[in-house]
Design a protein around this ligand. Structure first.
Ligand SMILES: Cc1cc2nc3c(=O)[nH]c(=O)nc-3n(C[C@H](O)[C@H](O)[C@H](O)COP(=O)(O)O)c2cc1C
Length: 158
């Protein structure tokens, strides 16, 4: 059974709510899921998962340093994460507040690791975003993202 990690940073709870929904849907799709704060996640733990989904609030148009730290430390395992499924999500205060650049910044790192990512033609294209507290629209995007990633993970890691 494919194993997934949903790893997030959240100061005021918005990104955490998205993470919880994504983890719940991944589990509902049959994956074994761990939901962890980035502060409690050691870079070596990334090796143990087939699917890694990272979430951070948008800080100045990119991820919080806590998430960047995990990614920078993951260089120790460069080449070892290749082929795993990856995804990203964020919460920002404003619609044009840099949420897509945040998601893309996380995805860039996952791509450099050689991970497999999945876009969406209908819901948030790069990965779910919320404006402040996640609303129904955001949760729908979290659900769609989790379903996309679960389908891919089950195909690649049956
Ligand atoms: C240091 C800092 C920088 C921020 N930068 C942005 C930003 O560039 N654009 C934006 O829309 N919101 C920005 N915000 C607001 C947060 O992204 C927003 O409140 C988010 O929902 C917080 O997520 P959390 O509840 O998971 O901590 C910033 C907040 C902080 C504390």
């Amino acid at each position: 059974m494919a194993k997934a990690l949903v790893c997030f940073y959240s100061r005021t709870g918005n990104t955490r709510k998205m993470a919880a929904r994504i983890a719940e849907v991944l589990a509902g799709e049959g994956l074994v899921v761990d939901l962890k704060k980035v502060e409690d996640t050691a870079p070596a733990e990334l090796l143990g998962y087939d699917c890694i989904v990272l979430g951070s609030p948008t800080y100045y148009g990119t991820m919080a340093w806590e998430m960047k730290k995990l990614l920078d430390q993951s260089v120790k395992f460069h080449g070892k994460l290749r082929g795993k499924v990856g995804g990203a999500f964020t919460s920002s205060a404003n619609i044009g507040g840099g949420n897509e650049t945040t998601v893309l910044d996380i995805l860039h790192a996952l791509l450099i690791h050689g991970m497999v990512i999945r876009g969406d033609h209908r819901f948030d294209h790069y990965g779910p975003v919320a404006i402040g507290r996640p609303d129904k629209r955001s949760f729908d995007c979290c659900e769609a993202h989790a379903k996309n990633l679960a389908a891919l993970a089950k195909k690649l890691f049956p």
